[in-house]
Structures are given as C-alpha cells and as structure tokens.
Design a protein around this ligand. Structure first.
Ligand code: DOR
Ligand code: ZN
Length: 355
C-alpha cells in the first residue's frame, strides 16, 4: 500500500442544485461529498431553478453557498436567450460564463449562432467561457471563439470526434482547453443495459472506441472534472428520466485506480485535478490545504456510504484501488476518512462582495 499526499483537488464542474433542487443536493451535502472525494474547491453550474442569469440571482446563490458550503465554491453565470447584453456585468462575481449550446437538464440554452456570437463577443476577458458543445456543433463554437480571440474551455469531451476537433484546434494554436469526466473515461454505452436509467447522462456514454480515444489523447486533455449531477433514484426510475450522475466521491478513487494500473502518472493526475483547473480558472491558492490518500487495497464502491444526498452511484460494485483517508482545508481536518468534520459555512465563496 502507498500513502500519498496530494494538493486539495479542484472540480471545475459540479451541480449542487441550490436553489430549487434541494431534494437532490444542496450546498451542505454537495460540499460534504466534495471533501470526502478530496475536493476543496468546486465550481457550481448555473442550471438551477431559477437559473443564474442575473446579478440578483447570483448574489442570492452566493448567500446560500456562504451559509451552506463546507469547501470553497465559485459560481457560474449562465448565458440565456435574453442576457447577452447584460450577463457580462456578472463577470466580477462569477467564476466563469457557462454557455449551453446543446440542450440538457434545465432550460438554459443558447439556441442560435447570432446569440452565441454575441455572448462570446461580450463576455469580459477577465474570466473564462465554458461551453457544453457536443459533436458537430463544436467546430462552429471554436470558430466563433477564435474570431473574437476568446479563450474557450470545453466541458466534458466524450467522443473521438470531439477530442480530435480539440487536438486540431490546439495544434493550430487556438486558446482552447478541455475537461473529461471519469464516467466517460471508465464507462461506455456497453454499460447501458446494466445501468439502465442510471447511465443516462449528457453527453451520453459513448462507444468503446470513443472512450479509447479519450485515453489516447490524454496529453491534450487539461482537466478531469466530475460533472457531479445528482438526481434522486425515484427520478431516475420515473417516467421522465433526468440526465446526470453523481461523481464527486468516486472520481479520485477511479483516477487513482488508473494510476495503480499504470494508465497515467500521479504527477499527471495532480495536474489534471488541481494544477490545471487552478491555472485555467485563475483560482486563489488555498493555504495549508491537502489530501491524504492510499493506493493499493481494493474495495467495492457503494452508494450507501456516500455523502451525496442522492445516495447512489453508477459505479456501484466497481472495484477500485484508491481511497481518500484525510482532507485538510486551511489547516483543519475536514474529512477523516469516515466522517465529514467541516460545518456548513466553513467554505469560502469566491468573488463574493463583502457584506
Ligand atoms: O447529464 C447532465 N446532467 N448533463 C448536463 O449537462 C446537465 C446535468 C444536470 O444538471 O443534471
Ligand atoms: Zn454539467
């Protein structure tokens, strides 16, 4: 068994569901899951109810995070059909702008190229733009970002076409970065008969060849991000299956298992899950913050042991070889390997105005 000390991990893509989805997750439960998974800073997506599309909603969400969060949280502004001329005002208090080009859970979507052009042109260069742009729309989105000299971060790359599009853009010198999720690295559509609705996610689980392409081009991938998107089991087994999977507590175990198997180095894992996320999003350093983990002993993932409110995982029964044994945030032990010790409100909310 090897004992490791890692920096506090950063997850640039989580859905903590407040406000409006507290029955799925909230800041207190989602950030407990983060700390148990070795993440000390998470960036929270804007597709809540209501979506985070104006200053009032962003401030209200920051106040909820301020009282609930147990780790540090940055909050995304969301691009909508009617805020292309105003959302830029949120750049000082948001961690980044999220533009959904494809439809997914919730109503946020930029559904035409003129509007997308306006959003990309207007967003201030001080904070990143992140896009959910799958398959054949991705080249067009890259083209618009290039036209406006805007750096672009592409969320959850899932297919060979997408990663090859990004590799080509990087080789042309475009300022583009991207993330991949552990579920797209580990699962494929071959797992769908077994997973049923629990495997329903956007982007969808892809083919084994797509998954192989993600590993093949790992050198071109900047970050691993969970896209932690919890829904209740009742919702997942109901008539209208919402897409999304929880991932905060399984990502480091799965990625450490890949290290154990020789699929990537520990240095590269640290770059993908801490260094590059901090650099791309310009996040402040966290003093005296680290994670202890062990690699070697095998155990099976089980949903009932997780901190996330949803209480299930698509990796149920999967054997992993990595475990978080301690998380320390600003000198305090916030997870001891069994229990989350940080209280709600311990986390800092990034870019929040002093009240
Ligand atoms: O599967 C997904 N679920 N993909 C997304 O883009 C959104 C997410 C959610 O919020 O549930
Ligand atoms: Zn997402």
């Amino acid at each position: 068994m090897t004992t490791l000390k890692l920096p506090g991990l950063i997850d640039v893509h989580v859905h903590l569901r407040e406000p409006g989805g507290e029955h799925k997750e909230d800041y207190a439960s989602g950030t407990a899951a983060a700390l148990a998974g070795g993440f000390t800073c998470v960036l929270d997506m804007p597709n809540t109810t209501p979506p985070t599309t104006d200053a009032e909603r962003l401030q209200a969400k920051q106040a909820l995070a301020r009282s609930g969060a147990r780790c540090d949280v940055g909050i995304f502004a969301g691009a909508s059909t009617d805020n292309a001329n105003s959302v830029g005002q949120l750049a000082g208090s948001a961690c980044a702008l999220k533009i959904y080009v494809n439809s997914t859970f919730g109503p946020l979507r930029v559904d035409n190229w003129t509007l997308l052009d306006q959003h990309i042109a207007n967003w201030p260069a001080t904070k990143p733009i992140v896009t959910h742009a799958e398959g054949d729309v991705l080249p067009r989105v890259l083209e618009i970002a290039h036209k406006h000299s805007q750096p672009l971060h592409v969320a959850h790359v899932a297919t060979r076409l997408e990663i090859e599009t990004i590799v080509a853009a990087k080789e042309r010198g475009q300022q583009v970065t991207c993330e991949v999720t552990p579920h797209h690295l580990v699962l494929s559509r071959d797992d769908l008969p077994r997973l049923g609705p629990l495997g329903d996610v956007r982007p969808r689980l892809a083919s084994a060849d797509d998954r192989a392409a993600l590993w093949h081009y790992l050198a071109y991938i900047d970050c691993v991000a969970t896209d932690h998107a919890p829904h209740t089991l009742d919702e997942k087994h109901g008539p209208q299956v919402p897409p999304g999977l929880p991932g905060l507590e399984t990502s480091l175990p799965l990625m450490l298992t890949a290290v154990d198997q020789g699929r990537l180095t520990l240095d590269r894992l640290i770059e993908l899950m801490a260094t590059a996320p901090a650099r791309i999003f310009g996040l402040p350093p966290q003093a005296e913050t680290f994670v202890e983990a062990e690699v070697g002993p095998r155990y099976q993932v089980t949903g009932t042991k997780l901190q996330t409110k949803c209480g299930w995982t698509p990796f149920e029964g999967v054997e992993v070889a990595g475990r978080v044994t301690k998380t320390v945030l600003r000198g305090a032990t916030v997870f001891d390997g069994e229990r989350v010790l940080a209280l709600p409100g311990t986390g800092q909310v990034l870019y929040m105005a002093a009240s």
